[in-house]
Design a protein around this ligand. Structure first.
Ligand code: TYM
Length: 337
């Protein structure tokens, strides 16, 4: 079976280490082996939570630049803005007609978002996972590299695909999620919450200086050092990995491990008897060094907006062609053509 990869990120702020380790790191590896890879900036999903229309285009371009700098290769993968491939939203409408509301209002992500932004209780938020299913299935993708929080959405995409197949005939293959080791990177300020860029109502907007819980891929070395210095730690002085006893330090060890390539047991041995301060100082340098080439590459793309736009437009054209085929098939089966 041919592997066709699809994944996306909302343009709701600059990307952080959680997005990189939970999703993009996986994408870079997959684009080399997959038959087809499509990576999207999911702008229609981005407007389901509070956002500023005045800065939204910039936020979309920020994610595009982050993708390219992280190593998404336009020769191997398509890089698209979701709203430029309207077949996805069209398929979402068709899926809406076969998706029971009870499949959506029980989802943990829906409940979490409502808690964060109670005023944003609208159809778009409830329907969010149906559009995500359409993103994946419109391109007939079968492998979706994501962080752990997206698992319920992948299950839902499979439920919708199965229901469509049973109502209208075999059309969609099962979709598999692909989780990375960093599938759940936690906030630097509260290890019980995931690192998140979505602005909390009334708090500092995502991506702005002062957002202490996230390390953004574009943070300066000094900002990174300051954030890691202020990251919460657990009680007790020992440095070892144990998710339950030591959630905060375990999260920092995970970041250290994934960015440096050092095994967790070697990190534990290296810091035995040392202080949190020593560990944090070294971790800050690991993060700074890791992000240096990323930031240089990002600047090169940033200085060449024409080339970036060409990459997007070419990819979007191809994605529209692929998705049109699916839509034609779906509409025929549903009696719409
Ligand atoms: P979004 O924008 O919330 O997150 C993008 C990706 O980053 C991962 N992620 C994390 N991974 C580890 N630790 C964290 N702290 C962390 N925070 C975020 C997420 O799991 C995700 O993989 N619904 C999706 C976007 C989407 C999509 C799709 C994904 C729309 N259509 C089709 C795949 C396929 C979302 O909101 O991601």
């Amino acid at each position: 079976m041919k592997t066709r990869v699809f994944s996306g990120i909302r343009p709701s702020g600059k990307l952080h280490l959680g997005n990189y380790l939970g999703a993009i790191k996986n994408w870079i590896e997959l684009q080399n082996s997959a038959h087809q890879s499509i990576f999207a900036v999911v702008d229609y999903h981005g407007i389901t939570t509070p956002y500023d229309p005045k800065t939204f285009q910039q936020q979309i371009m920020d994610v595009v630049l982050d993708y390219l700098a992280a190593g998404i290769d336009p020769d191997k993968a398509l890089l698209i803005r979701q709203s430029k491939v309207p077949q996805h939203t069209e398929l979402a409408w068709l899926f809406n007609t076969i998706t029971p509301v009870s499949w959506l209002d029980r989802l943990p992500t829906y409940k979490e978002q409502l808690e964060k932004s109670p005023k944003y209780n609208h159809m778009g938020l409830l329907d969010y996972p149906v559009l995500m299913a359409a993103d994946i299935l419109a391109e007939k993708s079968n492998l979706v590299p994501v962080g752990e929080d997206q698992m319920p959405h992948i299950d839902l995409a499979n439920e919708i695909a199965k229901k469509f197949n049973s109502m209208f005939g075999q059309t969609f293959e099962p979709v598999k999620a692909k989780l990375t080791e960093g599938a759940r990177i936690m906030s630097l300020q509260d290890a019980s919450k995931k690192m998140s860029k979505t602005p909390q109502s009334g708090k500092v907007a995502a991506g702005q200086a002062g957002d202490e819980s996230c390390i953004f891929l574009v943070d300066t070395p000094d900002t990174i050092r300051a954030k890691i210095k202020r990251a919460v730690t657990d009680s007790g002085k020992e440095i070892y990995y144990n998710d339950e006893e030591k959630p905060a330090i375990s999260n920092l060890i995970t970041i250290f491990h994934l960015l440096s390539g050092k095994e967790i047991k070697n990190i534990e041995a290296e810091y035995e008897g040392k202080s949190y301060v020593d560990f944090k100082n070294d971790l800050a340098e690991v993060v700074v060094e890791f992000l240096k080439p990323f930031q240089t590459k990002r600047k090169e793309f940033e200085d060449n907006p024409k080339m970036v736009l060409e990459i997007l437009e070419k990819s979007e054209e191809e994605a529209r062609e692929l998705a049109s085929k699916t839509l034609k098939e779906v509409k025929e089966k549903m009696g719409l053509l």
